[in-house]
Structures are given as C-alpha cells and as structure tokens.
Design a binder for this molecule. Structure first.
Ligand code: BGC
Length: 750
C-alpha cells in the first residue's frame, strides 16, 4: 500500500472513531425508543454488572452501572407517605432533618371515598413527594383483599371488593407515575393475613383466585400500567409468591403482559433456582447477616447475588433469565430516574396537606346518626366533652413499614379545638389507656402518654366531664401497635381493646348526645351500637386527621364516604372464620412447634368474601359494604335500562334519577350490583360492577347513568380457564349501599 493511501485510511479511521466518540450511545439517546436503549445498555454490561443490578445493595437500593452512568434504583415505603431515610444497612433513622413528609389517609379511607379523582390526587401528591426525595419506586399501593377483619394490615389495602379495589388502584398508579416514579403494587398475591405470613400456604380455587383476589392486580397492570409489582411473603401451591411460577410467569407475564419489574418483599426470596426461573427480578431483604457469613458485603449472599453468579460461572444455568431481569430493571430506570422530562416534585407542601385533608374528608363514613345528633350545632353548644386516647394519640408512627415521620399531624382533639375556637368549651378526659408508647425505628412521636390511673379512675373522670356536656365525642378504636392495625401480627379479636366497650356504654348512660368516632383500618365489634346515637368511621387520616374529622363533626363537610368492607356483627359472620380455616389448618397449627413450618390454609369460603358471604348466608351485618350516611337525604327515581336484552359484544346502560331532598349540598355514591338469576355455577347474590359519586345541591336532581358490558356479567370458569357470561336473565340492582337497595331492573343476555 502506498504512503498516501495509508495516510488516507488512517485519517478515515480516526474520523470514524472521533464521530463515534461525539455520537451519543443509543442507551443515552432519549430520542430513541426505550426498548432500543434497553437493548443497547444490556449489550454493554458485563456479567458481574448484570448480577449486581438484580439484588439489593442497601436496605432500600440496588446497584446501577457506574461505569456506564446508569444510576442506582432507590425505593421507599409507601403507601401513605414517604418513609424517612434509614441508614444504609440499618432500619434506624439516618437522622436527616429534611425528610419529614405529609401523611395521607390510609388506603382504606381512600377507598371509602369511592371517588377515583381522589385516588388520582393521592397518587399525584405522594408521587411528587417521592420524586422530591429522589425515589424511583414507591412501595405501594396495596390491594390485598379484606378477607378477615383480624388481618393486621387491612388498613393498607382497599377493602373487600375486587371491583372497587381495581377501580381505585388505577388512578393512584397513574398519579404516582406521572412523576417519573414507579408504583409498586403489593403484595402479589394472597397475602390476606399477617399471622404466619412467611409460612402460610394458601389453597384456593381458581375461581376465587381470578374473581376475588387477582382483579385489582390485573387492573393495576393492564389499566394502571404499573411499572413494578411486589411479590408477597406467603406461599401458594407450595411455592413462595416471590418465586411462584404460576403467579409470576403464567399469570403476570404471560396472561397479563406485565413489562415491569417484580420486586421481592423484603426477605421474601428463599431459593436461588426458583428465583432465577420463576420471574423474580429484583431481590430486597430485611436482614444481612454479614458477621456469621463472613463476607465483606453481606448483600453478596442474597439468593440473586453470588449464588446466582456461581451457577452461571459453573455453567449450571444460562444467562437468558438474567438478561430478562436486567431488561426489566433497565426499562424501569429509563422510565424513572433516566427520564429527562420528569418533574422535580415537592415535599410537605401546603398543597399536599390540603390534598390529604380533602381525601380524608371524603373518606370519613357516617355509620349511624339517630335523631340527627350530628352535625354538632355550635350555635347551641356551650361544652363539648372529648373522651378517649385516640383523640390525642399520633397515628402516623407505628404499624410497620408504613410508619412515617411527618411534618405535622393534627390530632382529633386539636382539630376540634381549632375549629370550635371560642364558640364553646372543649374539655378532654382520657377515658382509657391503650398504648402510651410512640416510637418506630427511631422515629419518636415525642408524646408522653403515660398515665398510671386505674380503669375505674379514668372512667370516673370521663363520666364527670361528660355528664353535663352538650355533646360527648369519644375517639377510640384501634392503634398502630402489635395486634392492632399493624404489620406482622393479626388482631386477637373483633372487639375493641383496652376495655373501651365499658367506657362507651357508661358514657351512653350519662349523656344522650354521644358520638363515637372509631379510628381504625378494620371493622370492630360494637356491642353498644343501640345505645349510641351517632357513630363515625374515622380511619387513620394522616397529617390532617383532626382538621378533617372536625370538619365532618361540625358539618362544614357533609360526609360522603361509604364502607369499602363489611362490618360484621361477630367473627362467625365472616366466611373465613365460620368455615374454620383462619389462620391456617387447625391440625397443622397444633402440630407445628416452631414458626418455620409451612401451614396450609384453604379458603373454604371460596368466592364468598365480605358481602358476598353475608348475602349468601342471609346475615345482617352490623354495617354493610357500601354503607355511609349523609347530613342530607337522597331520593332515587325508578331506574331504567336502555335495552331489555343485550348481546355479548354490546353494552347496557342503566339510568336513575337521584335527587337531594334535604337542605344542604351533599354527595351520594350510586352503586350498581349485578345479579345473575340462573347460572351453571354458584354465584354471589349480587356483585358490585359500577358506581358513581354525584354532588347535588339542595333540591337538585341528576340523572346518573352506569354502563356495563359482558365482563360485568361473567364468572371465571375454572374448567375452561376463561371468563364466561352465560345467556339468561340478570338484574341490575341499584342501591345506596349493598343492603339499601333503591331499584332493580331486569334484563337478558342473549
Ligand atoms: C413489607 C413491605 C414493605 C417492605 C419494605 C416489608 O416488610 O411487607 O410492604 O414495603 O417491608 O419496608
């Protein structure tokens, strides 16, 4: 080759190299489709880098690829506010002074709004807080079905009905993800109790699985487009949910087409090979025992860390699954931290406080209001007696992983005092002592609730304060300590703890204007229900708890929440308890000596969960699903349908006029249940399939139209493994609750 040609070629190759240098690599080119970027990034990664990416490197983070500028993934709890920063490898506080958040109402309250707009507002607001804190995954929302009122974590979920949960979860996810933060819907699946949560093997029919326990997850994936999902602790078909082939591969990926990341619950992975093959993408853990394992970085011992790398290096497994996991994680990174257009977020803003307040006000449920005791008429009030620990106790600390460090929390007592001002005297008495402690993972409420007085002394003081008051408001219920509304333990009974029943009954004797506000995320027994004129379900309401409660109690807000689960009169009225298989097979439980044994638990009640069971057994609940009163009254007209018969590819619309016949503005939730009159398989008496919340001024009347398609008429046929709508007669049952039916329209499916 002559010199000239040589020089030319050299010049050319330098130029190519230079232009390659100047060009952005595909994975960094935001103009390119995400899938191309993912592929490009994957191709540049070494085996070690890939393995590093699929397991934790600290309590809440996993590694990125520093060499390529691909960031770490940071997760946070969830689901009611952004968890304060913990140390790298400890649950204790990192001690930041800029991580206090707004606590939003617990998800039971959100669900009780029956208002998807509230759900979007919730997701958007909490998503903004997560983004501000530079989190990529928000560990929530939770949609495990309320199967028993003893489940310690029901407060983190959306109730007993698959349609309601599915409808409410979707806008939450969208709101979060608009911020470039992935929602992580949990706990997939069948995590319906906390007792033995790591060792319960759930057995149930495919019908119950598909009709009751999966729809909210499916909606989260297909309608909400969630970017991640968290496997649960329990087992199903003898395999832990975090590496369960049926749940993760067959259903989540193959049937639903999920393209996000499957995150393990913390310590939910137990087996490397299953985790490799069965669709676990990202392993997190609760503990890292570096001492006895003798490694420098104990996270290297995770099931998807060195043990996986070793299997690959020994040629025992290939890298196909590894690439699939890394692809899912890269996709999440491009959707979140590497999205250059994501907003900045904000933390603890007044707007967020107001969002929390609005959701709380819409979710509070007026359960009973005899003689219109409520709202409190401040014009005729000199003295209000406030009784009960929950009037003063901070509820944002405790309860497990959802515990928060809040910027502020307004207690029910303070909220009421603020609202009442000088219009009346508000006098407080403790009434009972429940849980005077207030600390979780180093976050302290700072409250000193110690009180050594005896039960009798406390009661005597309460009665003294109550007897000459114009109103008595008792704030009680549960709290966030163990065996209450709290992770990792279940409640011991349906009854109220700390002898509150006695206090309430005695208060009812000395004052006719008694209002009981039950603060809980669960149904409780109310043996005094006939003696107490007004009962309010007050949930755990977060930062603005007291403001929202006061607003409803004095009538600034007209209550419009409806129960997202049944309040049974007694435990035996719940299918899971009546049929005896909670909290697991009795014989196995008796034989099991240590916590490690796997205990089977068969859901004998099958699809008959919540109101489906009460309807079937003709049981009168204490308060039914969908129940909630207002300070105004709504009269329903006669409902009608737009057709008498529908075909399978048709829709059918039902219309009903609703009129506000009272003197103040209010909101009503019009509920549509479908009843299949004849079917080849047993079906619930009726099932919620549509609803709409309408706001009406006094005297105003609106036409409400609810439309359903064949999906709403279908059941899941186990034998055929498909949804089937059988031709025949159906009824659209329209009500103000599942038991307050205002009209029925018959129709036929051809
Ligand atoms: C809980 C999860 C939570 C995780 C991280 C687990 O114990 O079950 O819901 O997101 O811890 O705190």
């Amino acid at each position: 080759m002559n010199m000239k040609l040589k020089t030319m070629l050299l010049g050319l190759s330098v130029m190519t190299a230079l232009s390659a240098f100047a060009q952005k690599p595909v994975y960094l080119d935001t103009g390119k489709p995400i899938e191309e970027r993912v592929k490009d990034a994957l191709n540049r990664m070494t085996l070690e880098e890939k393995v590093k990416m699929i397991h934790a490197q600290s309590k809440f983070s996993s590694a990125g690829v520093p060499r390529l500028g691909i960031p770490e993934v940071w997760a946070t709890d969830g689901p009611h506010g952004i968890r304060p920063e913990v140390l790298w490898d400890e649950w204790d506080q990192a001690g930041w002074t800029n991580d206090s958040c707004i606590a939003y109402p617990a998800l039971t309250c959100l669900s009780a709004t029956w208002n998807p707009e509230m759900s979007h507002l919730y997701g958007k607001s909490i998503g903004e807080e997560a983004r501000y804190r530079k989190k990529d995954i928000l560990l929530g929302p939770g949609v495990n079905i309320y199967r028993t009122p003893l489940n310690g974590r029901n407060f983190e979920y959306m109730g007993e009905d698959p349609y309601l949960s599915a409808t409410m979860v979707v806008p939450y996810i969208k709101g979060v993800q608009e911020n470039g933060v992935a929602a992580c819907v949990k706990h997939y699946a069948l995590n319906n109790q906390e007792f033995n949560r790591h060792t319960t093997n759930v057995q149930l029919s495919d019908r119950a699985l598909y009709e009751i326990y999966l729809p909210a997850f499916k909606a989260a994936v297909q309608e909400g487009g969630t970017w991640s999902i968290m496997g649960s602790y329990n087992l199903y078909q003898g395999q832990h949910a975090c590496h369960n082939k049926r749940l993760l591969k067959d259903i989540l990926r193959d049937e639903w087409g999920f393209d996000g990341v499957v995150v393990s619950d913390w310590g939910g992975v137990h087996n490397t090979e299953q985790a490799i093959r069965n669709g676990m993408d990202l392993e997190f853990g609760s503990w890292t025992n570096g001492l006895s394992a003798g490694t420098r970085n104990a996270y290297d011992n995770y099931y998807l860390a060195f043990p996986y790398l070793k299997l690959i290096k020994e040629g025992k497994v290939g890298t196909k699954e590894l690439d699939e996991k890394v692809i899912n994680i890269l996709r999440l990174i491009f959707r979140t931290s590497m999205d250059p257009y994501k907003p900045f977020g904000s933390l603890g803003s007044p707007e967020h406080g107001q969002a929390g307040r609005k959701i709380a006000e819409e979710g509070i449920v007026l359960l009973q209001n005899k003689n219109n005791v409520l709202p409190v008429d401040l014009n005729k009030t000199k003295k209000i007696a406030v009784i009960g620990e929950n009037a003063i106790k901070m509820m944002t600390v405790g309860g497990g992983s959802s515990s928060l460090k809040v910027k502020y929390e307004i207690s029910p007592l303070d909220g009421l005092k603020n609202r009442v001002g000088s219009q009346a005297e508000v006098v407080y008495a403790r009434g009972y002592v429940g849980d005077p402690t207030g600390e979780y993972n180093g976050v302290k409420t700072g409250q000193d609730l110690k009180d050594d007085r005896s039960e009798d002394e406390l009661l005597a003081e309460a009665l003294q304060v109550a007897k000459d008051a114009d109103y008595v408001i008792f704030f009680g219920g549960l709290n966030k300590s163990n065996h209450q509304d709290c992770e990792d333990s279940d409640r011991a009974s349906l009854g109220l703890p700390y002898a509150q029943d006695r206090v309430i009954s005695e208060l009812a004797k000395v004052n006719k204007k008694l209002i009981v506000v039950n603060i809980s995320g669960n149904a409780v027994a109310m043996p005094w229900v006939n003696d107490v004129p007004a009962i309010v379900q007050g949930w755990f309401l977060g930062s603005e708890a007291g403001t929202a409660l006061a607003s409803v109690l004095v009538g600034d807000t007209n209550p419009s929440g409806k129960l997202p689960f049944t309040f049974p009169a007694k435990l035996e009225d719940v299918g899971a308890h009546k049929l005896g298989e909670y909290p697991g097979n009795k014989e196995e439980l008796a034989k099991s000596k240590h916590r490690g044994d796997t205990i089977n638990e068969t859901y004998h009640e099958d699809i008959f969960v919540g109101y489906r069971w009460a309807d079937k057994e003709k049981i009168k609940p204490l308060f039914p699903f969908g129940h909630g009163l207002s300070y105004t009254t709504f009269v329903y007209g006669k409902p009608s349908a737009d057709k008498k018969t529908m075909t399978a590819d048709d829709t059918i619309s039902f219309t009903v006029n609703v009129k506000n016949t009272g003197t103040r503005e209010g909101q009503e939730v019009v509920q549509l249940y479908i009843s299949d009159k004849k079917s080849s398989l047993p079906r619930p008496v009726k099932e919620l399939k549509a609803f709409q919340k309408v706001r009406l001024a006094p005297g105003e009347e609106k036409e409400v139209t609810l439309t359903v398609d064949k999906k709403a008429l279908s059941f899941f046929d186990d034998g055929k493994h498909e949804w089937v709508a059988e031709p025949g007669k159906f009824e659209a049952v329209i009500g103000s609750s599942s038991r307050d039916i205002r009209g029925i329209v018959s129709f036929e499916l051809k």
